[in-house]
Design a protein around this ligand. Structure first.
Ligand code: SF4
Length: 366
């Protein structure tokens, strides 16, 4: 495998609070409550102090939950924790929801060195937003976008969802066009999956037909490049130069620190998960479960993540014997079937292969 840096150059921090629960969500989150938030912040400070994170980070990603659901004083105290890491920072992202940002919060982001925003738009159709349990309207997304730009943010990513209950192809096309009109630099797309432990799962809501879901994915693939958004990962598109550096660290299978209730990290071939239940985290913010990956697991996981990228994986970073012993003839079989292809030193999914990446991975693991 490729030579690694001495320590991770990326940090993920999880903020587990939301103001409401979306009907499809199975992320680690709890409803906002001022007392719990202060306890969480104290626990996070303790974890941060013990962790000894390197100062020369290249990327930080504050995800959730809904980081923008914190009030401005809490955000100030929370973001101050990372001030000493931003001297060499290239990309510093925070996730926000349109209904929970204010001018004071956005100015606070900027003061602490944040230079990229990831906002959950999901769809431009207000009835569909309601249907999936979002509490904002599309008008609020437009206002939030205006505010972010006025305050000075130039790198803004929007999340769009497809295959929503009752969503039609016309709805989807309208949402994509409305998103483009807002001129984000990056667009991430998510197909609705219904997990058992979500509101939708408990209500027995059924996903759209698989064929329609696939048609929607291909429609997005057709539309976004027409407006300059190039696909660089199975679900991610950007204007040139605006690919997410932090997420590329995951897809390149590099190490990253994970901090906070519900976070995961990977350091020196050890993957770890912080407690996802807030009470457990508050009791012991240093607790985590970890697994040391074998060489085989590292190779497979690096393939699994790398094949998500349109450019694929850089083969010289792997030992040929590792690839041969792990995958045998299966890579060649998939190449013959037109699902994988070699392009100089890269192995990547073909146009036909990328949408069925999971099937390819199951075959590779067989
Ligand atoms: S989708 Fe996001 S905002 Fe909605 S409940 Fe989940 S984490 Fe919170």
């Amino acid at each position: 495998m490729m030579t690694k840096n001495k320590h991770p150059l990326s940090l993920y921090v999880h903020v587990p609070f939301c103001n409401h629960i979306c009907f499809y969500c199975d992320f680690s989150h709890v409803l906002t409550n001022p007392k719990t938030i202060q306890d969480w912040l104290s626990a996070l400070k303790r974890e941060y102090e013990e962790k000894k994170i390197a100062h020369d980070l290249k990327t930080i990603y504050i995800g959730g939950g809904t980081p923008s659901a914190l009030d401005v004083d809490t955000l100030e105290a929370f973001l101050s924790l990372f001030d000493s890491h931003i001297k060499e920072i290239e990309e510093y992202t925070i996730e926000v929801n349109p209904e929970s940002i204010t001018k004071e919060k956005v100015e606070c982001f900027l003061r602490h060195g944040i230079n990229r925003i990831s906002m959950g738009m999901q769809t431009s159709n207000d009835a569909l937003l309601k249907e999936i349990g979002r509490t904002h309207t599309f008008e609020q997304t437009k206002q939030a976008m205006r505010l972010l730009k006025e305050v000075g943010f130039t790198n803004i990513s929007l999340d769009l969802m497809y295959s929503l209950p009752k969503q039609t192809m016309e709805d989807l096309v309208a949402s994509v066009h409305e998103a483009i009109k807002l001129e984000p630099t990056h667009i991430s797309i998510y197909s609705l999956t219904i997990e058992e432990n979500t509101v939708f799962g408990k209500k027995g809501v059924k996903p759209l037909e698989e064929d329609l879901e696939a048609d929607m994915y291909f429609k997005i693939l057709e539309l976004l490049p027409q407006y300059g958004y190039q696909q660089y990962e199975i679900s991610n598109f950007s204007l040139p130069g605006y690919e997410s550096k932090h997420n590329l660290c995951y897809w390149n299978y590099e190490d990253f620190y994970g901090l906070g209730c519900g976070a995961s990290g990977k350091e020196n071939n050890i993957r770890y998960d912080k407690p996802s239940v807030l009470n457990a985290y508050l009791k012991n913010p240093l607790a985590c479960t970890s697994i040391e990956e074998s060489k085989e697991e590292q190779t497979f996981n690096a393939f699994m993540m790398g094949l998500r990228k349109k450019e694929g994986i850089y083969l010289p970073s792997f030992e040929q014997t590792d690839i041969q012993s792990l995958f045998g003839e299966r890579i060649n079989d998939l190449i013959h079937e037109g699902l994988l292809e070699r392009n100089q030193d890269y192995l990547r999914c073909t146009k036909e292969g990328l949408p069925i990446l999971n099937t390819i991975l199951v075959r590779l693991l067989d």
